[in-house]
Design a protein around this ligand. Structure first.
Ligand code: NAD
Ligand code: UFG
Length: 335
C-alpha cells in the first residue's frame, strides 16, 4: 500500500515506519520536526534497507498535506501530535490547535484526495482514573487534562467522519505505555530536555546524565505503593499498526482497540528490572504524588488479541535491555 505516516520522525512513528517498509509498503512521512530529528528517518531507511519519501511539513497546512498526498495515498497512519501532559495544562490552546486542528485539516485533505482509511494514535489517557483495571474499550471515558481531551475529541471527530461515509474505515488505537527501542539500538525515544516519562528518566539516571529518579508517590493503593502501568515494547506497538491497517482494509466503520500487555508493573518493579538489564544502580528519591496521576492503569487487550490477531511478544527484560542499548549507543539521543 501507499501509506502516509504523520509524525513519522517521532518515537513511535520511526519504529512503525521501519516495519511498514520491511513489509513492502511505500511510505511517505510528513513531520514538522517540532519534537524529532531528521536523523531518525535516515536510520529508519538504513534499518529497513529501503527509502521513504519525507515531506517536512505541518498537518495543519493543507498545502503541506497536498504535497504529501501527491502521487496517491491508500491509507493514513496519524501519529502527529503534541503529547506532554504538563505542558498541555499550561498551554491548552496550543494543544487544541495542533492536535485537533491538525486532525480536522488532515481529514479534509483526505476527503479531497478520496482517501478513506485512517489509523489513529489514541491513548489510555482517555480512561482517566478507571473504576477498575484492567480496562476494556467500553469502560467510561473521562479525561483529566487538556492533552487527554484532545485525544478524546479526536476519537469522536474520527467516529463522526467515518459514520458519514459508508466505505470509510478508521481504527482508533489506545496505546498504554510504550517503552523500549529497536533492538539494533539505532532508533529510540529521544525526549527533549528533562524526560516526563518514567523509562527515559530511569535510562538517563543509569547513564549518569541525571543524579536520581524522583518517584512520584509511594502511598498509592498498589502492591508497593508506587504507580502501576501497562508498559509495552515499541516494536510490539509498531507491529499493531500493520495489523490495524489490514483490519481497516477489510472492515469499513470505526474500530477501537487497547494496546497493552495486560500486565502492570510498579515504578519500583521498573527500577529493579532496569538495574538488572543495565548492571547499574538507579538512585531513587521518594517525592509526592504528581498532579493528575492515577494509581493504576492496565489494559484488557483481548479485543486486539482476538480481532487484530495482535499480541505483545516482548517481556519487561527485553523492554529494559533495548532501552539501555539505545541509551548507551546514543547517550545524547540523535545529536
Ligand atoms: P513524538 O513526539 O516522538 O512523535 C510525534 C511526532 O509528531 C514528532 O515527530 C513531531 O515532530 C510531530 N508533530 C507534532 N505536531 C505536528 C504537526 N502539527 N505537524 C507535523 N508533525 C507534527 O511522540 P510519540 O511518542 O511518537 O507519539 C506518537 C503519537 O502517539 C502521538 O499522537 C501521541 O499522542 C500518541 N501516544 C503516545 C504515547 C507515549 O507514551 N509515547 C502514549 C499514548 C499515545
Ligand atoms: N513516574 C515517576 N517518576 C518520574 C516519571 C514517572 O515516579 O520521573 C511514575 C508516574 O508517577 C507513574 C509512572 O511512573 O506512576 C509512569 O509515568 P509516565 O509519565 O511514564 O506515564 P503515564 O502513565 O503517567 O503517562 C503516559 C503518557 C501519557 C499517556 C499515558 C497513557 O505520558 O501521554 O501514558 O497511559 F496519556
Amino acid at each position: 500500500m501507499r501509506l502516509l505516516v504523520t509524525g513519522g520522525a517521532g518515537y513511535i512513528g520511526s519504529h512503525t515506519s521501519v516495519l511498514l517498509l520491511e513489509a513492502g509498503h511505500d511510505v511517505t512521512v510528513i513531520d514538522n520536526l517540532c519534537n524529532s530529528s531528521p536523523m531518525a528517518l535516515e536510520r529508519v531507511q538504513e534499518l529497513a534497507g529501503r527509502s521513504l519519501r519525507f515531506v517536512e511539513g505541518d498537518v495543519r497546512s493543507r498545502e503541506d498535506l497536498n504535497r504529501a498526498f501527491e502521487g496517491g495515498i491508500d491509507a493514513v497512519i496519524h501519529l502527529a501530535a503534541l503529547k506532554a501532559v504538563g505542558e498541555s495544562c499550561e498551554k491548552p490552546l496550543r494543544y487544541f490547535e495542533n492536535n485537533i486542528g491538525g486532525t480536522i485539516c488532515l481529514m479534509q485533505v483526505m476527503e479531497v484526495h478520496g482517501v478513506q482509511r485512517l489509523v489513529f494514535s489514541s491513548s489510555a489517557t482517555v480512561y482517566g482514573q478507571a473504576e477498575s483495571v484492567p480496562v476494556r474499550e467500553d469502560a467510561p471515558l473521562r479525561v483529566t487534562n487538556p492533552y487527554g481531551r484532545t485525544k478524546l475529541v479526536m476519537e469522536q471527530l474520527i467516529q463522526d467522519w467515518c459514520a458519514a461515509q459508508p466505505k470509510a474505515s478508521a481504527v482508533l488505537l489506545r496505546y498504554f505505555n510504550p517503552v523500549g527501542a529497536h533492538p539494533s539500538g539505532r532508533i529510540g525515544e529521544d525526549p527533549r530536555g528533562e524526560p516526563n516519562n518514567l523509562m527515559p528518566y530511569i535510562a538517563q539516571v543509569a547513564l549518569g546524565r541525571r543524579e536520581f529518579l524522583r518517584v512520584h508517590g509511594d502511598d498509592y493503593p498498589t502492591i508497593d505503593g508506587t504507580g502501576v502501568r501497562d508498559y509495552l515494547h515499541v516494536m510490539d506497538l509498531a507491529d499493531a499498526h500493520l495489523k490495524a491497517l489490514k483490519y481497516a482494509v477489510a472492515n469499513p466503520g470505526c474500530g477501537v482497540f487497547n494496546l497493552g500487555t495486560g500486565r502492570g508493573y510498579s515504578v519500583r518493579e521498573m527500577v529493579a528490572a532496569f538495574e538488572v538489564a543495565s548492571g547499574r544502580e538507579i538512585h531513587c528519591r521518594i517525592g509526592g504524588r504528581r498532579a493528575g496521576d492515577v494509581s493504576e492503569l492496565t489494559a484488557d487487550p483481548s479485543r486486539a488479541n482476538e480481532i487484530l490477531s495482535w499480541r505483545a511478544a516482548h517481556d519487561l527484560a527485553a523492554m529494559c535491555a533495548d532501552t539501555w542499548r539505545w541509551q548507551q549507543q546514543n547517550p545524547t539521543g540523535y545529536e
